[in-house]
Design a protein around this ligand. Structure first.
Ligand SMILES: Cc1cc2nc3c(=O)[nH]c(=O)nc-3n(C[C@H](O)[C@H](O)[C@H](O)COP(=O)(O)OP(=O)(O)OC[C@H]3O[C@@H](n4cnc5c(N)ncnc54)[C@H](O)[C@@H]3O)c2cc1C
Ligand SMILES: *[C@@H]1O[C@H](CO)[C@@H](O)[C@H](O)[C@H]1NC(C)=O
Ligand SMILES: *[C@@H]1O[C@H](CO)[C@@H](O)[C@H](O)[C@H]1NC(C)=O
Length: 516
């Protein structure tokens, strides 16, 4: 029996192979007029355009240029794919995979384009699949679930849901894409009440390596459903997420408090962070993020993000932070809305800069925090001659209540391997470095790598080190899936083998964290 998708595959394949054969037969003196067009990637694009026509854009066209410059990091903008395939349906994605995989064409997958690493969602000499037009936000009539396209961003989701009085646990900054962030975990303002974004995905629509479009839920393709809760882009291309929704107050209180980071004030800050995270009277509507670092024009500062999803001015849950000593430069705290604050926070992260991040986890501990700040001081001194550098280490509490909420929402079915946080909680430390000149990359990367080695060593010495790495802020040299624990890593590998037996997503899609 020959199913129609297989028939389609054969036709497409035959057609594409003929294009390759024709292209190979073009005499050298004709093909030299554009040496780029004779690369493997360009041939793959020619094959794709035969079937998908104007959905394929080529270099030097307006659509292509606009697409490439819409990545967040400068290093992703610098990559020139052989062409861009703009999918407008899951079927387009399926057709694309059915053409590219049999021809062993390399490709990248891009949703919001906010991942920083060069080549994570873009590819030189290959096809970049743009999911930006898969951007639906469709609330169910009972308002309990919402179907969201991977190419939508969190600002779009929050804005569409705000009039309905609901939201989903997504990312903080409005520009972050739903696709990549949710496949890593998806951590934002609802995390303490609802866990990660991935914990709340009840259904995924996925294009597999074979081109088949499947649905993964708790009852159908359950292993795939679970693997996608932290496993990244290793199993297929997700073309739709269905999230569980949560009622959210139309008015919230949120903002950033920016003050000078003075050494004598840091013990009180460490205590405030520790107490907030360890508080047994845990407030699930409140979230905190504390950044420490140097910013052009401001010097060494603290950025204290306080968000509480209730219409209450200066909520008491952050009293210890209002009482901090030191010089407040300004704050943006106010009564606002979830989409309003996500958009405001997004302004802190402009696009087009060089970006370097890494992250690691430690058991919440005041001495560890202080040592990490001291190490951050030391590292930023080595960068004093890097023009326009913004260098910041942020702590994000993982309270026990958050791991409990995550567990409840996923029914124990994510693969992150964080487990239950200890009573005092955990802290995720995230380094964010941005700077304008590509020429400084090697130097800044070396200082970032050294700082990661130093903070890990410090936490290990203090016995507060935890292996978990958040995929969404990890660097290439971090082994994300090993950090989930051996059993989760093995589960991810077994599941990838079952859904992608020939390793299309391991080998033909080089971008993203791989299982092998
Ligand atoms: C300013 C800023 C703020 C951030 N804030 C948060 C935050 O609050 N919470 C948080 O959790 N993270 C946050 N992040 C990190 C963010 O989650 C990651 O950068 C994430 O990868 C972005 O998703 P994207 O869709 O924009 O990424 P992309 O760059 O488009 O993709 C990232 C990776 O995911 C893969 N991928 C994307 N979509 C799909 C898909 N549909 N199917 C298969 N594979 C896919 C890509 O191939 C690529 O490897 C932030 C990042 C930035 C830059
Ligand atoms: C923010 O700044 C205003 C004006 O200086 C001040 O009145 C307010 O107390 C500050 N809020 C916080 C939370 O520090
Ligand atoms: C920057 O400073 C370091 C020492 O801290 C030095 O080794 C390096 O040469 C300097 N680079 C430039 C471009 O001045």
């Amino acid at each position: 029996m020959m199913s129609s998708p297989l028939l389609h595959l054969l036709i497409v394949c035959f057609c594409a192979v003929r294009v390759l054969a024709l292209a190979a037969a073009v005499p050298d003196d004709l093909s030299v007029q554009s040496s780029a067009s004779s690369t493997k990637g360009a041939l793959c694009c020619t094959a794709l355009a035969l079937v998908l026509g104007s959905k394929v854009s080529f270099p030097k066209t307006a659509g292509y240029n606009a697409f490439v410059s819409s990545y967040w990091s400068a290093q992703e903008q610098a990559i020139r794919p052989s062409c861009v395939l703009s999918a407008t349906s899951a079927q387009d994605v399926s057709t694309t995979i059915r053409i590219l995989a049999p021809l062993l064409c390399k490709f990248a997958v891009r949703s919001g384009g906010h991942a920083a690493l060069a080549g994570i969602a873009n590819i030189p000499d290959g096809v970049t699949i743009d999911l930006g037009s898969l951007n639906q936000v469709k609330l169910s009539t009972d308002k309990l679930t919402v179907a969201v396209g991977p190419g939508q961003n969190w600002g779009g989701v929050y804005t569409a849901l705000q009039p309905q009085g609901v939201a989903v646990p997504g990312g903080r900054a409005s520009g972050v894409g739903v696709g990549g962030s949710t496949l890593g975990d998806g951590w934002g303002f609802l995390a303490n009440q609802a866990g990660f974004g991935c914990d709340n995905v009840v259904e995924y629509e996925v294009v597999l390596a074979s081109g088949t479009i499947v649905t993964a839920t708790q009852t159908s393709n359950k292993d795939l459903w679970k693997a996608l809760k932290g496993g990244g882009g290793n199993f297929g291309i997700v073309t739709k997420f269905v999230f569980r929704t949560y009622a959210v107050s139309s008015q919230i209180w949120a903002g950033g408090i920016v003050q000078l980071a003075q050494t004598q004030d840091l013990p009180q800050l460490a205590t405030a962070i520790y107490d907030f995270t360890a508080n047994p009277q845990y407030k699930p509507k409140a979230t905190l993020l504390v950044g420490y670092g140097s910013h052009p024009g401001l010097g060494l500062i603290l950025f204290i993000q306080v968000v509480n999803l209730e219409p209450v001015d200066r909520p008491a849950v952050f009293n210890d932070f209002y009482a901090l000593p030191g010089v407040q430069l300004y704050n943006t705290t106010s009564l606002t809305t979830l989409p309003g604050y996500a958009a405001l926070f997004n302004l802190d992260s402009p696009s087009g800069l060089q970006q370097i991040t890494w992250d690691f986890t430690f058991v919440s501990d005041k001495d560890t925090m202080q040592e990490l700040w001291t190490l951050t001081d030391g590292s930023q001194l080595q960068l004093s001659n890097v023009t326009g550098i913004d260098w910041s280490l942020a702590f994000q509490p993982i309270a026990r209540g958050m791991t409990a909420a995550s567990d409840t929402a996923s029914g124990g079915n994510n693969v992150l391997g964080i487990g239950q946080a200890p009573a005092q909680g955990l802290q995720l430390a995230i380094l964010s470095a941005s700077f304008p000149n590509a020429a400084d990359y090697t130097k800044v990367k070396a200082v970032a790598d050294k700082l990661l080695a130093d903070v890990v060593a410090a936490a290990k010495r203090r016995n507060t080190y935890r292996p978990w790495v958040d995929l969404n802020h990890a660097n290439w040299n971090q082994d994300v899936f090993a950090s989930y624990g051996a059993a989760n890593q093995q589960f991810l590998r077994t599941t990838a083998k079952a859904y992608d037996p020939f390793g299309v997503f391991q080998n033909l899609k080089p971008g993203g964290f791989k299982l092998w």
